[in-house]
Design a protein. Structure first.
Length: 140
């Protein structure tokens, strides 16, 4: 697997709040719309969370955030928002940045550069992990 192209995410680079033009948010919305009927109800969080009980492929990346630097692992999705995701894995994740690839209902793979920002051990012996989307990437 190789990274083909990273899509610029000017909103994230400039530190502005997300807008409809944000490529990460647009791509996540495409993924969510392929799986769920989205509603516009208010929630206390800035971005609504949606259940995402599907497998996610994580590939660690090197310091340049573009080159895969290890073997992919498969994790079990928990929730997804336009800002990030959380998931379960049976082992601690030994890297902080990765390409997360998620599959739409039609089988299309959508990939994001993610920064893993937290991890906690659950009472059932699994690790609950989460992070934020940094940019959309095209990944083979």
């Amino acid at each position: 697997m190789t990274l083909v192209k990273a899509t610029s995410n000017e909103a994230a680079e400039q530190g502005t709040n997300g807008t409809a033009e944000d490529p990460v948010q647009e791509t996540v919305r495409l993924l969510l719309e392929s799986r769920f009927r989205l509603t516009n109800h208010n929630e206390r969080r800035r971005f609504e969370r949606h259940p995402f009980p599907y497998l996610i492929r994580l590939v660690p990346v090197g310091e340049n955030d573009c080159t895969p630097s290890g073997e992919p692992i498969v994790v079990v999705g928990k929730q997804l928002s336009e800002q990030g995701l959380d998931f379960y894995h049976s082992q601690p994740i030994p890297f902080r940045r990765a390409i997360a690839s998620l599959q739409t209902r039609s089988g299309q793979w959508l990939s994001f550069l993610v920064e893993l920002t937290w991890c906690r051990f659950t009472e059932h012996g699994w690790y609950d992990n989460g992070g934020r989307f940094l940019q959309v990437v095209e990944f083979e």
